[in-house]
Design a protein around this ligand. Sequence first.
Ligand code: PMT
Length: 404
Amino acid sequence: MRKPDLTGKSVVLGVTGGIAAYKACEVVSRLRKLGADVYVIMTKNACEFVQPLTFETLSNHPVVTDTFERPATWEVEHIALAKRADVFAIAPATANILAKMAHGIADDMLSTTVLATKAPVLVAPAMNTGMWTAAITQENCAVLKQRGVHFVGPDAGFLACGDTGSGRMSEPAAIVDAIAALLCPVQDMAGLRVMVTAGATRERLDPVRYMTNDSSGKMGFAVAEAAMKRGASVTVVAGSVTAPIPAGCEVVRVESTQDLYDVVTTRAPEMDVIIQAAAPADYRFAVTYTEKHKKAHDGQPLVIELIENPDIAAAVGTAKKPGQTLVGFAAETENLHANAAKKLAKKNLDLIVANDVSQPGAGFNVDTNIATLITRDGMTECPLRTKKELAQDILDKVMEIRNA
Ligand code: PMT
C-alpha cells in the first residue's frame, strides 16, 4: 500500500496516563516519518509513565504538560494548539479523559485544548477491560461517537494488568493509519454518480390524514454524506424526514411511494450507484378524498381498502444497466438473513443491508444500527455502530463489488 504523504499536516497528540503511553512514542515517530508536524500534550499522569523529553526529541517540538510552572502564555498556548491541529488524536485515551470529553470538563491542558479544537478528534482508548466494559464508559463513548469523535480500537488481548479482554490500545501502525485517513480522506468514489433514497413516504387519505412510518432519514443521509466525502456526486431523494439533509448534494423531495417511484426510475439510468435506504409505504389508500373525510356518527367501524404500491427497487433492478451497483435495505423483525436474501434476489440487487429493526439501537430513528451486509457471495456482520460508521462499511462493500 502506498504510504500517505502527511507533509504540511499538523497533528496534536494528547497522551494520557496509562502503560500504553510508551507506544505513543512510536505513533509520533511514524507520523514524523510520513511528514507530519506533531505537537504533544501530556497529562500529569502520562509524565509518570514516559518522560516529556522523549516526546520532545521525537516530535522536535516542546512538549506541553501540566507539571511545569505555567507562564502567563498558558491560555494563548492551548488555543494556538487547538487551532493548529488538522487532526487531534489522543493515544492512549483513558476512561478519565473520555469521561471528561463526554461531559465538557476542561481542568487541565489536554482536556482544555481538545474542548477548544475544531479539528477532527480521534481517540485510541486503553484501559482495563472492566473499565472499558463499564456501562458509564460505554455511555460516554456513545455520546462521543454521536458527536463525531472517531475511535480506533481498543483491541482485545492480554492486558498489562494481567486480565485478558477488550481494552488494549490499538497498535501504533493502526492509530497512524486512522490519523492518516482523517488527514487524507479516500476519494475512491470520485467521478461516480450516486443516488440515495432516505426517509418515509406518506400516503394521504385526505388533506389532513396520512399513513407513514418512523424513518427519520438518518441512515440514508449518513450514506449520502459519506459518499460525498469519498468524492461522489450525490443525489438524495428524500421523503418525510426529521434529520437534517446534508449540504452539498442535489436534493429531490417526494411525498408518496408513487412520487419516489417516478423520481427514482426516471433518474436511475444516469446513476452508477443507487442505494435505497428509504422506507416507502408498501400500500396506499384505494380511495382518497379531496375534502376532510367526515367521521360516521353511527359508531360503525370505518373500513378502508389499501392497494399495493409499486416496488421501486424491483423496477430499478429489472432495468439495471451494465456497470450499475444496486443496494437495497431490508427492514425485518424476524428471519433477518433469509428474508433479506430473498429480497436481494427478487429485486436484482448487488447488496442488501439487512437490519433487524426490533433490536434496541437498530433501525428507525436512532443514530446507530446493527446490520448484515449480504451479497450473492456471502455475508458480513456489522455489530452495533453509528449510522455514519455503517455508511462507510456499506460504501467499502459497494467499491469492493465494483472493483471485483
Ligand atoms: O431513516 P432512519 O430512521 O435512519 O431508519 C433507517 C431505516 C430503518 C429506514 C433503514 O435502515 C431501512 O431499513 N430502510 C429500508 C426500509 C424498508 O422499506 O425495508 P423493506 O424491507 O420493506 O424494503 C426492502 C427494500 O425495498 C428497501 O431498499 C426499500 O427502500 C425498497 N422498497 C420497499 C417498498 C417499495 N414499495 N419499494 C421499494 O423499493
